[in-house]
Design a protein around this ligand. Structure first.
Ligand code: RTP
Ligand code: MG
Length: 140
C-alpha cells in the first residue's frame, strides 16, 4: 500500500476543551503523521463551501453554525492507507455508536460536536486538502 494523505479537522468542541494535543496524539498513535497543520477561525463562507455536499441536509445550518463557533485545527495526515486508518481511529459519526478507544468515543460531545472531521475517500481528501492548503505548506 502506497503512502496516502487525508484531511483532518479538529473541531470547535475540541479546541474549546484544549484537546488539540490529545486528539493529535491519538492520530499519531494510529500511525498517521501530521505533514501540515494550521489553527484557523473558519468563515461562514468557508464552512458552507466545505460542507456543500450536505447543503440539502436538515442539519446543514446547525453544522455550519457549529463549525464557525470557535477555532479549528486543519491538518493534512500522511500514512499507509491514511483515509481508512483515520476513519477507523475517529470512530462512528455518532459517539454513541463509536467503538471503544476511538477519538469520538473518548472525546465527542454529540453527533454534531463530534471532535474531528476526516475525509471519506482519497478523492475527497485531495479536494479538501486543496481547499485549505497550498502545496508548499505540506511538508512530507
Ligand atoms: P465528518 O464529515 O465531519 O468527518 O463526519 P462524518 O463523515 O462521520 O459525518 P457526515 O455524515 O459527513 O456529517 C458531517 C458532520 O455533520 C454533523 N452531523 N450532524 N445532527 C445530525 O444528525 C448530524 N449528522 C451529522 C457531524 O458533525 C458530522 O461529523
Ligand atoms: Mg463526512
Amino acid at each position: 500500500m502506497a503512502t496516502e494523505r487525508t484531511f483532518s479537522i479538529i473541531k470547535p468542541d475540541a479546541t474549546r476543551r484544549n484537546l488539540t494535543g490529545a486528539v493529535t496524539a491519538m492520530l499519531e498513535e494510529a500511525g498517521l503523521r501530521v505533514v501540515a497543520s494550521r489553527r484557523i477561525q473558519m468563515t461562514r463562507e468557508q464552512a458552507e463551501g466545505f460542507y456543500a455536499v450536505h447543503a440539502e441536509r436538515p442539519f446543514f445550518a446547525d453544522l455550519v453554525g457549529f463549525m464557525v463557533s470557535g477555532p479549528v485545527v486543519i491538518q493534512v495526515l500522511e500514512g499507509e492507507n491514511a483515509v481508512a486508518r483515520n476513519r477507523e481511529v475517529m470512530g462512528a459519526t455518532n459517539p454513541a455508536n463509536a467503538d471503544e478507544g476511538t477519538i469520538r468515543k473518548v472525546h465527542a460531545e454529540s453527533i454534531e460536536a463530534n471532535t474531528v472531521h476526516g475525509s471519506d475517500s482519497a478523492e475527497n481528501a485531495a479536494i479538501e486538502i486543496a481547499y485549505f492548503f497550498k502545496p508548499e505548506e505540506i511538508v512530507g
